[in-house]
Design a binder for this molecule. Structure first.
Ligand SMILES: [Zn+2]
Length: 238
């Protein structure tokens, strides 16, 4: 048996080392200037992987959003530089998002994206269109998914379960009504009689309203932390 464990451990180490070495190799392969100097031919995925190895995947996403945000016509150069102001503005956004890049770096990365990654650069990250289509097609409403702003029981901390399949709801927001799916959560562990309307004995139900009341209570106590992420939709409902 010890041999089996040792062999499993050494296999795990081999795979881990291989992944680390591959990633290090990827990172060392490239600097943005190579593309222009050597006239390389890359697929979109290859170019995205190379940039991600330098900037991180999240960094490439932020770069895309920032490049989409500042129009290409912001071309004027600042005194003493040859870099268009667009890249200075994009670098400003990137820096605020925690990526330490100079306007000159941004220009090099942008040129790579523009040359090899047209689909990525000009694709939309908005889901709106497909959400409407999916809602129109099927049994679930995709435009909004409403759930109580809790993942675990507020009394015993057990993970809450979904009581049943999502039901249909409407969320009234500033943009008008939106079709939505809604769920109720339950804690099977807590032997507390549910409210009389629901009729579930021995199961504590987490309806949106119930969870919202807890939200108010805990907010007051400043102890609700990250569990309140989803409360905005609830505010619209109440
Ligand atoms: Zn519980």
């Amino acid at each position: 048996m010890p041999e089996a464990i040792a062999s499993k451990l050494s296999e795990r180490k081999r795979v881990q080392d291989e992944i680390n070495a591959t990633f290090e190799k990827l990172k060392s392969l490239w600097n943005p200037a190579d593309f222009n100097e050597n006239n390389l031919t890359l697929t979109e995925d290859q170019a995205l992987l190379l940039i991600s190895s330098k900037l991180s995947f999240y960094g490439v996403l932020v770069l895309k959003l920032a490049l989409n945000h500042v129009p290409v016509t912001y071309r004027t150069t600042l005194r003493g530089t040859s870099t268009p102001i667009r890249y200075t503005l994009v670098a400003g956004i990137m820096n605020k998002k925690g990526f330490s890049v100079s306007p000159c770096d941004v220009q090099k990365y942008a040129e790579v994206l523009e040359r090899f990654c047209q689909n990525f650069l000009f694709s939309t990250l908005q889901l709106q269109d497909v959400l409407w289509e999916l809602t129109a097609e099927g049994e679930y409403r995709f435009n909004k998914f409403i759930a109580p702003p809790v993942e675990s029981c507020l009394k015993c901390d057990e993970t809450l379960g979904m009581h049943n399949r999502p039901s249909k709801a409407v969320v009234y927001g500033s943009g008008g009504p939106l079709p939505a799916s809604k769920i109720t959560l339950e804690c099977k562990h807590c032997k507390i009689r549910a409210n009389q309307d629901s009729g579930f004995t021995g199961i504590k139900m987490y309806s949106e309203k119930f969870a919202f009341l807890f939200f108010l209570f805990f907010k007051k106590k400043n102890a609700f932390r990250s569990r309140v992420r989803k409360n905005k939709t609830l505010l619209l409902l109440l």
